[in-house]
Write a new protein. Structure first.
Length: 94
């Protein structure tokens, strides 16, 4: 692990996620967990019971705080995207 990786915080990774959503049309959970693990290290991800990687609860909570109004979760696609005028209130969209 590099010194740069040691200096990173959960908030740094959450802010990086915000940048990814803002820069791309969508940001898929599987891509996010893969890139976080690869770029920032395993301390920011964890394995689910099925063996798949997911984003740590702390990083996800900080991301949700930062993007409370502007970003929605597409449950069926398992991705985040910027809110549209046509979206329902709340984070979760169908």
């Amino acid at each position: 692990m590099s010194n740069a990786q040691l200096d990173l915080s959960d908030a740094d990774v959450a802010r990086w996620m915000v940048d990814q959503v803002q820069s791309n049309a969508v940001f898929y959970e599987a891509t996010a967990s893969y890139l976080i693990r690869k770029q920032f290290g395993e301390r920011f991800v964890c394995r689910k019971a099925n063996g798949n990687w997911t984003i740590s609860k702390r990083v996800r909570a900080l991301f949700n705080e930062i993007t409370d109004v502007d970003v929605v979760w597409e449950r069926g696609q398992r991705c985040w995207r910027m809110r549209r005028l046509s979206d329902k209130p709340g984070r979760n969209q169908e």
